[in-house]
Design a protein around this ligand. Structure first.
Ligand code: F6P
Length: 526
C-alpha cells in the first residue's frame, strides 16, 4: 500500500472516530475509566502534561500515532537533528537544537564543526556578560553599565523579552532591561525618559540587520546618544547579527558583534546570541541552565517513541482538533504571572511557523493548518473571555499552564491552582440546567501543563517542548515550519507607500482606498 493510500485510510478511520466521540460526553469517559487521568498523562523531569481532558480515546490515539508514523515523523526528526537542509524553501538546516547541545557532541555540516562554533560564540558571550556584571566595561563617562536596551523585533525580541520577564527572580542586582521593537516613536520617547544614557547598553538584535523597525530605532537611538554627549558610541552599542558587515558599518566594534547563523530561525533563536539580553539580565550561569533544560527536552524528543513523546502527543492532539473538529483557534492560559508574555511569544512561534497553505512540494493544500493562537493570564481571563469558552459556540482547545510550587504567600498560590484546576474541570464536565442561559454543555477540551517552580531549567524544557510541538505539527501538515514568506509582501508595499507619503504626488496606479488613506495623511500634515 502506498503512503498516500495508507494515510487516506487512517484519515477515514479518524473521521469515523470523530463522529463517534461526539456522541459521548467526556464526563462519561472519566466515569467509565477511573485511570483516565493517569493513563493520558506524561512526565519529564519537572514537567507533567495531563491531556486526559481531551476528546480522545485509546483507539483515537492509536490511529493518530499510525498517522504520525505514516507521515515519517521519526525520519524527519532525525533529519533536523542531523542538520539536513529541512528548510527546503531556503535550502538551509534547522539547528536550534545545536545551540543547547553539550560541548562533547559532534555535528559537522558542510565541513564546519557546528558545536565548536556554537560553544566558541557562547564563550565570547560569557566574557562580555561578565565584563558588564563585574563592571569592567564602562560607558563614555567611566560609569559602569546598569541598563540594557534590546533593539529588535519578532524573534529578535519576543523570546528574550518573555524569558527576562519570566525569570525576574533571577535578575542581576541593580540592573534593568528594556525592549524596543515598534517603529512607533512613542516607545523611544518613553524609554528616553526612563534611562540614563551614560549607563545604558544598546543591543541591536537583528539576524538580517536590515529589518526596517530595528534599523530605524537603532539610528534614532544612536543620534540621541550623540546628542546626549556620547562620543564613544562603540561603548554603548553591541550587535547580534548574521550580517557582520552591516553591524560594523553601524559603528560597532567587531569584537562586540555576536554571530547568529542562517540555520537559526528568528522565532527559535533565544538560545543563541539573540539570548544576550537574557544572559545580561539573569547572569550567564542561569542562561546556561536555561539551555540545559532545553537540551533535556531535545533528548526526550529525539529518543522517545511517539507514544510517550510529549511534543509528538501534543502536536497530534492539535492536528486532531484542527483537521477533524474544525477548531479555528487555540488558547494558551498561563496561571502564572511570570509567564504573562508567553501567549504573545507562542503566537509568533506557532502562527509564523505553521500559518501556511502550500505543502513541502509547493502545492496548495486543501486542509486546515495552524489555528489562531492566543491567550492571556489566568485568573484574570476568567473575568473576561472565559464566558465564551464555557458557553460559546466554537470548539476552542485550551492549554493551561500552572506552577505546582511558587514562592510567596501560599494561600494565594493554592487559590491560583484551585482556579486553574476548576476551569479545566468545568470545561470538561459542564453542568446541566433546564434554563439554557445557565446550562453548561461541558465536553470542552483542555490540556494542563504543570511544572514545579519556574526555574531557568524548567522554562528551557517548556519552551523547547513548544518548539518541537510546532515542528511536528508542520510534519503532520506537510508544510515547512521554518520559513516565513508571508511577511514579505507587506514589507515591500510599505516601502512604496512610504515613498508616496513623502512625495508631492500619489501614484495613480494605487487602488482608490490606499490613495484615499494617503491623501488623508497628507491633509493632516498641512
Ligand atoms: O518579519 C518577520 C521576521 O523576519 C521574523 O521572522 C524575525 O524574527 C523578525 O522579522 C526579525 O528579523 P531580524 O532578526 O532579521 O531583524
Amino acid at each position: 500500500m502506498s503512503k498516500v493510500t495508507e494515510k487516506q485510510n487512517i484519515c477515514t478511520q479518524l473521521a469515523m472516530q470523530c463522529k463517534a466521540i461526539q456522541g459521548i460526553h467526556m464526563r462519561d469517559l472519566f466515569m467509565h475509566d477511573k485511570e483516565r487521568g493517569k493513563k493520558f498523562s506524561r512526565q519529564l523531569s519537572n514537567l507533567t502534561i495531563d491531556y486526559s481532558k481531551n476528546l480522545i480515546s485509546t483507539d483515537i490515539l492509536k490511529l493518530l500515532f499510525q498517522f504520525a508514523k505514516a507521515s515519517d515523523i521519526e525520519t524527519s526528526i532525525k533529519a533536523m537533528f542531523d542538520g539536513d537542509k529541512i528548510n527546503v524553501t531556503e535550502n538551509i538546516s534547522v539547528l536550534h537544537t545545536a545551540l543547547r547541545s553539550d560541548v562533547t557532541q559532534k555535528l559537522n555540516i558542510d565541513g564546519i564543526d557546528i558545536i565548536k562554533q556554537v560553544h566558541d560564540e557562547l564563550e565570547k558571550m560569557q566574557l562580555f556578560v561578565n565584563s558588564i556584571h563585574n563592571k569592567n566595561h564602562k560607558g563614555w563617562t567611566g560609569q559602569p553599565i546598569d541598563t540594557f536596551v534590546n533593539i529588535g523585533i519578532g524573534g529578535s525580541e519576543l523570546g528574550p523579552k518573555m524569558v527576562v520577564d519570566a525569570l525576574t527572580e533571577y535578575r542581576q542586582a541593580d540592573t534593568r532591561s528594556f525592549f524596543i521593537s515598534n517603529v512607533d516613536y512613542q516607545s523611544i520617547d518613553d524609554l528616553q525618559k526612563m534611562i540614563n544614557p551614560e549607563t545604558t547598553l544598546f543591543i541591536i538584535s537583528s539576524k538580517s540587520f536590515s529589518t526596517l523597525e530595528t534599523k530605524t530605532n537603532a539610528d534614532t537611538l544612536k543620534e540621541w546618544m550623540k546628542e546626549s554627549g556620547c562620543k564613544e558610541i562603540e561603548k554603548h552599542f553591541i550587535a547580534v547579527s548574521n550580517n557582520l558587515v552591516a553591524a560594523k558599518e553601524f559603528g560597532i566594534n567587531s569584537e562586540n558583534v555576536f554571530q547568529i547563523w542562517d540555520w537559526v530561525g528568528g522565532r527559535f533563536s533565544l538560545w543563541s546570541t539573540i539570548g544576550l539580553p537574557i544572559a545580561l539580565a539573569i547572569g550567564f550561569d542561569n542562561f546556561k541552565t536555561l539551555l540545559a533544560g532545553a537540551h533535556e527536552m531535545d533528548e526526550h524528543f529525539k529518543q522517545t517513541s511517539p507514544e510517550d513523546n510529549i511534543p509528538v502527543i501534543l502536536a497530534l492532539i492539535d492536528y486532531w482538533y484542527s483537521n477533524y473538529f474544525d477548531a479555528e483557534t487555540h488558547a494558551f492560559i498561563p496561571y502564572d504571572e511570570s509567564l504573562k508574555l508567553l501567549p504573545e511569544y507562542l503566537s509568533q512561534l506557532f502562527m509564523e511557523s505553521n500559518g501556511k497553505s502550500a505543502n513541502l512540494s509547493g502545492h496548495r493544500i486543501d486542509y486546515k493548518t495552524m489555528p489562531v493562537t492566543w491567550g492571556s493570564v489566568g485568573t484574570n481571563s476568567q473575568h473576561s473571555f472565559f464566558q465564551l469558552l464555557h458557553q460559546g459556540t466554537h470548539t476552542i482547545p485550551v492549554d493551561f499552564l500552572v506552577p505546582l510550587t511558587k514562592k510567596g504567600n501560599q494561600k494565594h498560590h493554592a487559590l491560583l491552582l484551585a482556579n486553574c484546576f476548576a476551569q479545566s474541570q468545568a470545561l470538561m464536565q459542564g453542568e446541566d440546567n433546564s434554563d439554557p442561559h445557565k446550562h453548561f454543555a461541558g465536553n470542552k477540551p483542555s490540556t494542563t501543563i504543570l511544572y514545579t517552580e519556574l526555574t531557568p531549567k524548567t522554562l528551557g524544557s517548556l519552551l523547547a517542548m513548544f518548539e518541537h510541538r510546532t515542528f511536528v505539527q508542520g510534519l503532520l501538515w506537510q508544510i515547512n515550519s521554518f520559513d516565513q514568506w508571508g511577511v514579505e509582501l507587506g514589507k515591500k508595499l510599505a516601502t512604496t507607500i512610504f515613498e508616496n507619503l513623502n512625495s508631492q504626488n500619489i501614484d495613480e496606479k494605487l487602488d482608490s482606498s490606499t490613495r484615499n488613506l494617503i491623501e488623508l495623511y497628507k491633509k493632516n500634515q498641512q
